[in-house]
Design a protein around this ligand. Structure first.
Ligand code: 3PY
Ligand code: MG
Length: 260
């Protein structure tokens, strides 16, 4: 089942952010049984080969309980192909601002007749630890409506204005809000706040999601932001990750040691 189809029935689904080029650390995080993980090729210089190993490490570490999704660095077709051919449970495309961009992503990510994705998911079996893998099984899964996610990011003023047409693009299965870029585009600093203009933007995306029946997720680190987002109706969130866990864990240990 895809992340967005799960999110329709059980939410919130808390996810882990992965940016270290280490299958071992991805494997460790996935053993904690997060429902999903986001491998970030947008803000980490991960090669396609490393990303593929991370997808496989997560699937193996969690026996597929953690769905590995990949955030691609741009909308170009090669990123979409490499990410999906790894066997990832879906892709997250940054900074989608209009329906034309969403439609181009659908063409890259969906097999005919919906799109023009080329057939060759030879690495996808590595993400299937059930032993039933193989190209045929993957193609059957990718052809199902709840098979593979195409999640578009709304993270700009223009994206919010066009959120209705973006979300109504056939083939898009979910939306993820990037609060930092959205706030930057509104002239606001940081990752969370309660400014009216920002709250209205979030509420608009949530409202459109509800109208269409499309799950909406958000980056949501820090307890306060998470509580607010759950209350607003977001259904899948990134709540921690390799960078945060390492730095927060190490600095907490350092603080305790300094008190001894
Ligand atoms: C943002 O907040 O802009 C993000 O892309 C978070 O993932
Ligand atoms: Mg962003």
């Amino acid at each position: 089942m895809s992340l967005t189809s799960l999110a329709r029935t059980s939410s919130p689904l808390l996810g882990a952010y992965i940016s270290f080029p280490s299958p071992f650390s991805a494997h460790l995080l996935s053993r904690l049984s997060f429902p999903w993980a986001l491998i970030d090729m947008e803000h980490a210089p991960l090669s396609p080969a490393t990303m593929t190993s991370l997808v496989h490490a997560i699937a193996a570490g969690s026996r597929n309980a953690t769905l590995p999704l990949v955030r691609i660095p741009s909308h170009a077709v090669e990123w979409v192909k490499w990410a999906l051919d790894s066997g990832a449970a879906g892709i997250v495309a940054p900074m989608v601002q209009c329906a034309e961009e969403a439609a181009a992503l659908v063409r890259h990510a969906r097999y005919p007749p919906e799109g023009w994705r080329s057939v060759g998911p030879f690495q996808a079996g590595g993400a299937d630890v059930t032993g039933e893998g193989g190209v045929g099984a993957y193609l059957a899964k990718a052809g199902r409506e709840d098979g593979v996610d195409l999640i578009v990011m709304i993270e700009s003023v223009l994206g919010v204005e066009n959120s209705g047409e973006i979300m109504r693009t056939k083939g898009v299965s979910g939306v993820f809000v990037g609060p930092v870029d959205l706030r930057a585009s509104l002239g606001l600093p940081g990752s969370h706040g309660e400014e009216e203009v920002y709250m209205k933007a979030l509420e608009r995306v949530i409202r459109v999601g509800k109208e269409i029946g499309m799950p909406v997720g958000i980056f949501s680190t820090g307890g306060e932001a998470l509580k607010a987002h759950v209350k607003m109706g977001f259904s899948f969130m990134l709540v921690t990750g390799d960078v945060m866990a390492l730095t927060e864990g190490a600095s907490a240990a350092l603080r305790i040691s300094m008190q001894i």
